[in-house]
Design a protein around this ligand. Sequence first.
Ligand code: PGA
Length: 250
Amino acid sequence: MRRKFVAGNWKMNGSLAGNEALLAAVAAGAASVSQVECAVCVPFPYLAQAQKVLAGSTVGLGAQTLSEHAQGAYTGEVSASMIKDFGCRYVIVGHSERRALYGESNAAVAAKFVAALNAGLIPLLCVGETLEEREAGVTGKVVTEQLDAAIQAAGVAAFSKAVIAYEPVWAIGTGRTASPAQAQEVHALIRARVAESDASVAAGVQILYGGSMKPNNAAELMGQPDIDGGLIGGAALVADDFLAIVRAGA
Ligand code: PGA
């Protein structure tokens, strides 16, 4: 039985002063929903603060991207081992904003996926189609190519230590959620694709949905057979909303 997993993606939001209360509230609220795996992925400068506030809680910590390189002359980059230094268990790779705004190709995302695994971090691999791609009927092809790049680079067994997040780009930050049936269809396709390489890895891998998941739609989405949780953007910035989504996974 796969455990439900709700992860917050703060994106480029937060402040030292504001984070304190949000992190403390999430830590306190998540404690009573320990059957649901819970994490927050915060901006790099706040990892130390989050590590401290979340210490001893059931809430895991993650970063939002990483370098594909281990160390060296890569000005501005942050390595997997640095992220590990701050007690992180997770790192998001291949978020659609990274792909669209920072030119991360499937190959670049796959290299980051491998770098995370090599350091013992659990990568949250994001895949998803744009509105144009959905309307052109190529959702399956796009998502499969994104997934295959990581499977080819890391091997399918890596997915026993990784998480997949299906995030239709048209649903991110738009208030327009994929219907539970639309999301389930793609989640099932993703699981089937992994199963083509290894059925038992496919049966175990958590596949999260992301894209305007809110307290009022979370339970129905997570009630679908292949939706194992959520990657939460906007609603992760409001403790009550985030915790309501965590509880919806219970
Ligand atoms: P959203 O973002 O919940 O604000 O749509 C989700 C994400 O981009 O991970």
